[in-house]
Design a protein around this ligand. Structure first.
Ligand code: GDG
Length: 749
């Protein structure tokens, strides 16, 4: 997507809405120097990407004011940026040195960062870290709340601010909140080491949308929710959503990218070639070159890379004097363990240089400060090999920047398979940074690669990055944000916030109250045959049937549901609408024999294909089938979905397959659904009744649809098709009590 197309997209889709970005680090730092106040732009993937966004959209960026002259340069905590060409407002929050030490250097960088990068021996936890993390997250939330109106989209970034969404949501429940997670999310085996796994995940689940770099991290996140919350959180694997305490969060992978055109067009300028000449002269470089560009960060594994380079010179001596590796290493988080890591890197560089240097040549040039972007582009363009060795990385933008600067289609990218970028950059030589032998050999392979192969690989990668640049990334995320925001704006509201409206609406009406069974009247359980009805709920239903017309609606067979509920003289709808008991007799019973044969065939084929997955329960309900996968381990899910979809595709013309909560419902297309059953009741039994329908599943949407403007659709957890929602199944009792109260005549004094 070009910048122009992106600007047009923003104008069309976002012009009337305010965007607030929230991150720990700020995009511009004002520093006091001997020659006065200077502005610094920190090196780092997040800030450079988001600065590009706000330059186009305008809006507010809330961040920690970390610079020594930050306070002097704000008015009312705000400063317009970029300096000299203002496009948006940077609003700074102020933190004390204790807060910074504990929240930032402590909890963020010594707990969450190493944990998410699976560097478990570096995790160091103190209670004061956590206390300050909570405190600072509240400070950020408060600052954001001062900036929002009902229409604002708040876009939060990264692991330093996991609790901000929760603190904002507590005060403004209707706001659209999105979070982008820039770093990896590990699986539960790793995340369980976290001292507060539930609190961190809970904070994030207050977002409407969470973006991850690659699908693998989103899958890990779901696994952690599954293990940590059990049935308290409802996961819809098909739509990748999680409903927790009545709030639904959508998860999605959005691989971050770069401003391809900026790098590409700068790389072809004459002045970039002059810069390359200068670099070569300054360092007296002859022969091949390689480049590494990183914050001096242990997850980027500079030591592994250096070990591979050392082995490379040992094994392939002919490159001594003919290959120079340039490492740009920008100091970061200048505290322990970074100071020790820096020392180890410098010691190893010293050792390698001493071991292989000749009188006129050294194998490694080490630049330990930030270089200007135009020079960075010259280094990229000059280098025959770009090397990325991360032991874990959300994405790694350097890989994409290197590719964007190689318009000559030469240059080879050696890329750690443990960086998110490896998912996208087909054409790179992938390495396992722990396999030094293979890594060293890959450097040799890159330097000996034929020009035609280089061109093929590079062309492929360049196309990938140019078609999926930073503007597409932003547009995709904003599009998803506006989608979830539109869904929220549909009228689904928390029922107990609107009791008065409901009372007024129902006053004097005769009611048909339809209640779904599993997930609404009874909790969801591991196997369907133990879905019981609580005695308190049953007692309420017995009272209610005296004042309203009651219908229990279920996916089960009619006899089954009648037995479970155990109340006579009420209506039962079974098999998702295909069977109806009108209070006295079976009034509707649809069994289509041709379809039954096909259902049997489907069941047998699925059973055979699933022989390795005994946890799948196939429930034969006569006219329909339910395939329950609640007990499946998350790592088996992908295999199951593949088998299921493969089997289902042969039956797509005859069956309608819907996904519920860890269940697929398979039903002949001709068969009535819950909406058809409601229509029948409306016509045959209750033409004058006002219909309330309470349900929790996708199969209930058919019923919501038919009463949309004439009745009251209510969901368990917010569903866009419903008018009101209850936060969880646990609130059904209070709801039934409310209906009873509304319909109980007030005795005369
Ligand atoms: C996180 C995730 C994810 C570096 N040195 C100089 C310089 N840089 C710029 C590079 C690049 C950025 O810093 C580093 O990109 P990374 O992708 O390695 O980012 P992290 O800082 O680790 O950040 C990461 C990223 O967020 C985005 O989501 O990719 O996985 O860890 O843009 O060019 N820039 C200049 N001079 C330098 O010396 N001008």
């Amino acid at each position: 997507m070009t910048l122009n197309r992106f600007s047009a997209y923003i104008k069309k889709n976002l012009s009337s809405r305010r965007l607030v970005i929230v991150s720990s680090r700020e995009p511009y730092v004002h520093k006091q120097t001997k020659s006065g106040i200077k502005v610094e732009v920190p090196a780092g993937g997040l800030t450079s990407a988001m600065d590009d966004v706000l330059k186009l959209t305008g809006g507010i960026w809330v961040a920690w004011g970390s610079g020594s002259a930050d306070k002097e340069t704000v008015t009312d905590d705000r400063v317009l940026v970029p300096p000299g060409d203002p496009a948006y407002t940077l609003k700074r929050v102020w933190l004390s040195s204790t807060e910074v030490n504990n929240y930032y250097h402590g909890y963020s960088n010594q707990v969450l960062w190493p944990l998410c990068h699976m560097a478990l021996d570096r995790v160091y936890y103190r209670k004061k870290f956590w206390d300050n993390y909570i405190k600072v997250n509240r400070i950020f939330a408060r600052s954001v709340l001062e900036e929002v109106n009902h229409d604002t989209i708040v876009w939060i970034h990264d692991y330093q601010l996991c609790l901000v969404p929760k603190f904002i949501r507590e005060r403004k429940s209707g706001l659209t909140l999105a979070h982008f997670w820039h770093i990896p999310w590990p699986n539960w085996g790793v995340f369980r080491v976290h001292p507060q796994p539930r609190k961190i995940i809970e904070g994030l689940l207050s977002n409407d949308l969470i973006g991850f770099q690659i699908p693998f991290f989103a899958k890990n996140f779901l696994e952690c929710i599954h293990e940590c919350f059990g049935t308290d959180a409802e996961i819809d694997y098909k739509h990748s959503t999680v409903t927790y305490r009545g709030h639904t969060t959508t998860l999605h992978a959005f691989p971050i990218s770069i401003d391809y055109e900026k790098f590409n067009s700068t790389a072809v300028l004459k002045k970039t070639d002059s810069a390359i000449k200068n670099i070569k002269n300054r360092y007296k470089i002859v022969g091949h070159t390689g480049i590494g560009v990183d914050r001096l960060e242990y997850t980027k594994a500079l030591l592994k890379r250096l070990q591979a380079i050392e082995l490379f010179f040992e094994k392939y001596e002919r490159f001594i004097g003919r290959f120079t590796f340039i490492q740009i290493a920008v100091p970061t988080r200048t505290k322990e363990p970074y100071l020790s890591y820096k020392k180890s890197v410098e010691a190893l560089i010293g050792k390698i240089n001493e071991k292989f240097s000749t009188g006129y040549w050294s194998p490694i040039i080490y630049i330990d400060k930030k270089v200007e972007q135009k020079d960075l582009i010259a280094y990229y363009k000059m280098a025959d090999v770009g090397i990325i060795s991360s032991i874990n990385d959300g994405m790694n933008l350097v890989a994409k920047e290197y590719v964007a600067c190689r318009s000559d289609e030469q240059g080879v990218l050696i890329l750690s398979e443990l960086a998110g970028a490896a998912e996208e950059l087909e054409g790179a030589i992938l390495v396992n940074p722990y396999n030094i032998e293979d890594f060293a050999q890959s450097i040799q392979k890159a330097l000996n690669m034929a020009d035609t192969e280089k061109a093929l690989r590079m062309e492929h990668m360049r196309r990938q990055v140019s078609e999926n640049d930073i503007y597409k990334w932003i547009a995709d995320i904003l599009k998803s944000m506006t989608q979830v925001s539109k869904q929220k704006q549909k009228k689904c509201r928390y029922l107990f916030d609107h009791i008065e409206n409901i009372q007024n609406n129902l006053a004097g009406k005769s009611l048909l109250l339809c209640l779904d069974y599993v997930g609404t009247l009874s909790p969801i359980v591991a196997t369907p045959d133990i879905a019981y009805l609580g005695a308190d709920v049953q007692a309420l239903l017995l009272q209610l049937k005296k004042v309203v017309r009651l219908a229990i609606v279920s996916g089960r067979q009619i006899e089954d549901i009648k037995g479970l509920v155990g109340i006579k003289d009420i209506i039962y709808v079974g098999n998702h609408g295909a069977e109806i008991w009108d209070g006295e007799k079976i009034a509707v019973s649809q069994h289509l024999s041709a379809d039954k044969l096909l259902l049997n065939e489907f069941q047998i084929r699925l059973q055979n294909a699933l022989c390795g997955l005994p946890q799948i329960l196939i429930e034969d309900k006569g006219a329909t089938l339910s395939v329950h996968f609640r007990n499946l381990k998350i790592r088996e899910l992908a295999a199951f979905l593949i088998v299921f979809e493969e089997t289902a595709k042969d039956f797509k013309d005859v069956f309608r397959i819907t996904s519920g909560k860890k269940v697929f419902e398979v039903r002949p297309k001709e068969l009535w659904n819950k909406g058809d059953a409601i229509n029948w009741m409306r016509k045959k039994i209750a033409p004058d009744d006002y219909i309330i329908y309470v349900g929790d599943d996708t199969t209930d949407e058919d019923a919501f649809g038919v009463i949309k403007s004439t009745g009251m659709p209510i969901s368990i957890g917010c569903m866009p098709e419903a008018d009101y929602y209850l936060k969880s199944q646990g609130e059904i009792k209070a709801f039934l009590e409310l209906i009873l109260l509304i319909n109980t005549p007030v005795p005369l004094p």
